[in-house]
Design a protein around this ligand. Structure first.
Ligand SMILES: Nc1nc2c(ncn2[C@@H]2O[C@H](COP(=O)(O)OP(=O)(O)OP(=O)(O)O)[C@@H](O)[C@H]2O)c(=O)[nH]1
Ligand SMILES: [Mg+2]
Length: 459
């Protein structure tokens, strides 16, 4: 990992031509280096903090290259917690590059991806979950994603987990005291109280773990694969859900040969729709490749819509397809409801195996609204997301929460089972450590590299 004592600089606005460009400088030597490349028009001394100063920018040869507005922040009252300077220059990539060159010529170094935020984390400005939320906020493509990230940025997860940590620490202290004074075993009554507290803490962690499926869908979107036999109207349904003619529809079976993917958004959640090749036994090598992709798409999807042609009697192949999808989340669409039906109620029930069934005409748009409603239900678990409390959005966070919950459970069991305090203490310390990894109090260099390397440079 890079040296966190260096003074770093980077372009924080997108590269290219724009109204203005912002170059950031952070580290101990920020003010000194800024003084070498920027000459304010005002001669006020001392140079005021957090006040926009207009002046001239000089390149590495000392030649004036632009006029810029400069903001200075002293440590620890800045984003990174270090002394920082922000230069707003005219938005030309040439000027920004010359300014960065000049700063590097004076001893600054180019920042690595996410290094400003890494420093904010290192300086205690935010915990790891909050730093992750900064990346999510920048990457947000819908307002719901941004709102969710902002809630996490403001420490929502930490607040949710706080009482759990407090409980664990209290119990550790109590047990350690008992262990130290061996004669005094923890009385059964207070053991009971500890078990209750641990159970409550575990439930709290459990709620956070359970929010992950929804949290991940908000962050990454929901992938829905439209599958079924050839010619049942998958592409027509795909287009109807998307609201435009993206996939080719034709009378011939075997029209769709490859995955067709398109994204839209429902209720602020990105939805990745996938139209697939109709699955059947085929000798055609190209069609077979397409069918392999359909099977892969099923594996990658959060849910599937299995389409069947309601105007033709159900076939063995339909039933076999449904069997292959056991254990997958999904819904059945009986398409072509505008034509006379050939399915009996029992057929549909057998085919559905507990999945919801929608009678739809992709051609006319009948039943599409109901299908969309099911999609929203699947994505949100029926919970209004805006009002949701904590929403865990990353697998890393879920793992630590699960691990902590498991340890707390083991400790409660040891206490309830009358085992020696040492056993419970071991699990409680491990549990506390998992919570520490979640917030970054306990971390490894690999973990930090993994998280911050996904940031953009300049944040
Ligand atoms: N009457 C009627 N015809 C439909 C409906 N949906 C699709 N079709 C017709 O069924 C035929 C096949 O439609 P596609 O959407 O291409 O079917 P597919 O399942 O994608 O077919 P493959 O890509 O070959 O697997 C076309 O002639 C469509 O116009 C519907 O709701 N009603
Ligand atoms: Mg098709």
């Amino acid at each position: 990992m890079e040296d966190l004592r260096d003074t770093i600089c980077a372009l924080s606005t997108p590269p290219g031509h724009s109204g203005i460009a912002v170059v950031r400088l952070s580290g101990e030597r920020s003010f000194e280096l800024a003084g070498k490349v920027f000459v304010p028009y005002s001669r006020k001394s001392p140079v005021p903090l957090r006040t926009a100063l207009l002046g001239r920018i000089l390149d590495s040869q000392g030649a004036e290259i632009d006029e810029a507005l400069v903001l200075r922040f002293s440590a620890p009252n800045s984003y990174t917690g270090e002394a920082m300077v922000e230069f707003s220059t005219h938005g030309s990539p040439v000027i920004a590059a010359a300014l960065i060159d000049a700063l590097c010529g004076q001893g600054a170094r180019l920042a690595g991806p996410g290094e400003f935020t890494l420093r904010a984390f290192a300086n205690g400005k935010m915990n790891l979950a909050e730093a992750e939320a900064v990346a999510d906020l920048i990457g947000a493509q819908t307002l719901l994603q941004a709102e969710t990230a902002l809630r996490q940025r403001s420490g929502e997860l930490g607040r949710e987990i706080g009482p759990v940590r407090d409980a664990v620490v209290d119990i550790i202290v109590e047990l350690e005291t008992a262990v130290e004074f061996v004669e005094e075993d923890v009385p059964a009554l207070s053991r009971r109280g500890m078990v209750d507290r641990l159970e409550e803490a575990r439930r709290r962690l459990g709620r956070a773990v359970d929010s992950y499926r929804r949290g991940r869908i908000v962050r990454e979107g929901f992938t829905l694969a439209v599958v079924g036999r050839p010619n049942v109207g998958k592409s027509s349904l795909f287009n109807a859900l998307l609201g435009r003619d993206r996939s080719i529809v034709a009378r011939l079976p075997g029209t769709t040969r490859d995955l067709v993917s398109e994204s839209s958004s429902i209720g602020g959640i990105p939805v990745h729709l996938q139209d697939t090749a109709g699955i059947r036994h085929s000798e055609d090598p190209v069609e077979r490749l397409g069918i392999d992709r359909s099977v892969e798409a099923i594996g990658d999807a959060d849910a599937v819509v299995l389409v069947a042609d309601r105007a033709r009697a159900p076939s063995e192949e339909d039933m076999r397809m449904r069997e292959r999808l056991v254990g997958v989340r999904g819904a059945v669409v009986l398409n072509k409801s505008d034509l006379p039906g050939a399915w009996k109620a029992e057929d549909a029930e057998e085919f559905a195996r507990g999945w919801p069934v929608f009678e739809v005409s992709a051609l006319r748009g009948d039943g599409i609204g109901e299908l969309r409603g099911w999609m929203v239900e699947e994505m949100t678990g029926g919970v209004a997301l805006e009002r949701e409390g904590v929403l865990v959005t990353r697998l890393r966070q879920r793992r630590q929460l699960e691990e902590a919950a498991e340890r707390l459970g083991a400790a409660a069991e040891a206490l309830a089972g009358g085992m020696s305090e040492e056993f419970a203490l071991y699990d409680l310390r491990r549990g506390l450590e998992s919570l520490g990894v979640l917030t970054g109090e306990v971390h490894t260099e690999d973990l930090l590299t993994e998280i911050f390397s996904r940031f953009c440079i300049g944040k």
